[in-house]
Design a protein around this ligand. Structure first.
Ligand code: PPE
Length: 304
């Protein structure tokens, strides 16, 4: 990890090494927290944060869903995120806001524990490797199902929920894949361990709906709009495992993963095993949009 100098903690810029919470924090023991992942990109006019306000709004929504009180307004956290990038002099960055419960009681009811709000930023390159972004990654369908609506809240970024993603990710790596695709408990395709999934067949782009138990990704929404504005048909559809095998193209989207092509699924080549034309188009449009090269999407960029 590429350490930066300062981390924002409840209104104070704290040196990286001193940004600590107590060992008996409720969030550490029970995973009671919510977080975000956001990227700032270098643009011709300096660093700009991609859809920052929407990410912070989603942080607030996740907190509402899990009933975690938020001490800071959206406006305040947006400003704090900008400050973290600025104070660390980062030309581009991955920004990680977290609201978690501190120490107070280890009763399952976190009522006696004060929430702690943290925003860190550091330099983070390609999530699934430079080679993965260029040539595509190999994925396997996980034996771990994405947790259900009746278990946790899939469309919220709750920290504890990521134990599910960790199981899927580690299983995939141990099996020699780069990443996992998780089905939901009904057996329909959901998403990756930390990415949304898109499928292309006969020129039509499809992606599972939020009702499949996915996180409503901000990159997902951006790529849907970029492709639709480019004249490509995109729709939400229930997808089964064999749809993955018959796809012409598959790709992941996410803040960390950006647009990552999938070249192989369960040892079967996707299309001809090379990133396909729509995947490449999505990658190019996304890259141009986030770096401020497309006027139509400049409102997605919030300058630092
Ligand atoms: N699904 C999941 C489960 C998920 O964690 C992410 C983001 C997405 C979809 C894509 O959402 P969005 O970033 O809004 O396009 N995963 C974050 C954390 C990854 C991690 O390893 O940590 C991220 O990409 O920042």
């Amino acid at each position: 990890m590429d350490k930066a100098q300062f981390i924002w903690m409840d209104g104070v810029m704290v040196p990286w090494a001193d940004a600590q919470v107590h060992a008996l924090s409720h969030g550490l023991h029970y995973g009671t927290g919510v977080f975000e992942g956001i990227r700032a990109y270098a643009t011709a006019t300096g660093p700009a944060v991609f859809r920052l306000t929407e990410h912070i709004q989603r942080l607030h929504r996740s907190a509402v869903a899990y009933e975690i009180p938020v001490a800071w307004s959206v406006e305040h956290l947006v400003e704090a995120a900008r400050e973290v990038v600025k104070v660390n002099s980062l030309p581009s960055a991955y920004i990680r806001p977290l609201i978690t419960y501190g120490a107070g009681s280890l009763s399952l009811d976190p009522g006696a524990c004060a929430p702690v709000t943290v925003i860190a930023a550091w330099t983070w390159g390609a999530y699934l490797g430079e080679d993965g972004v260029r040539n595509g990654i190999s994925v396997g369908v996980s034996s771990w199902r994405r947790f259900a609506e009746s278990t946790l809240i899939p469309n919220a970024k709750g920290t504890g929920g990521y134990l599910n993603s960790v199981l899927a990710k580690r299983e995939a790596l141990q099996a020699g894949f780069d990443e996992a695709i998780m089905l939901n408990t009904a057996g329909l395709v959901a998403e990756g361990s930390g990415e949304n999934l898109f499928l292309v067949r006969d020129g039509v782009v499809m992606t599972p709906a939020v009702s499949a138990g996915i996180l409503d990704g901000i990159t997902r929404a951006s790529v849907i709009q970029l492709l639709q504005d480019d004249g490509i048909e995109v729709g939400e559809a229930p997808l089964v495992r064999s749809d993955l095998y018959y796809a012409d193209e598959l790709f992941f989207t996410g803040t960390a993963a950006e647009v990552t092509p999938i070249r192989e699924v369960d040892h079967r080549p996707v299309g001809n095993g090379r990133p396909g034309p729509i995947t490449q188009r999505a990658q190019d449009l996304f890259h141009e949009a986030v770096t401020g090269k497309l006027d139509a999407y400049l409102n997605w960029l919030e300058p630092v």
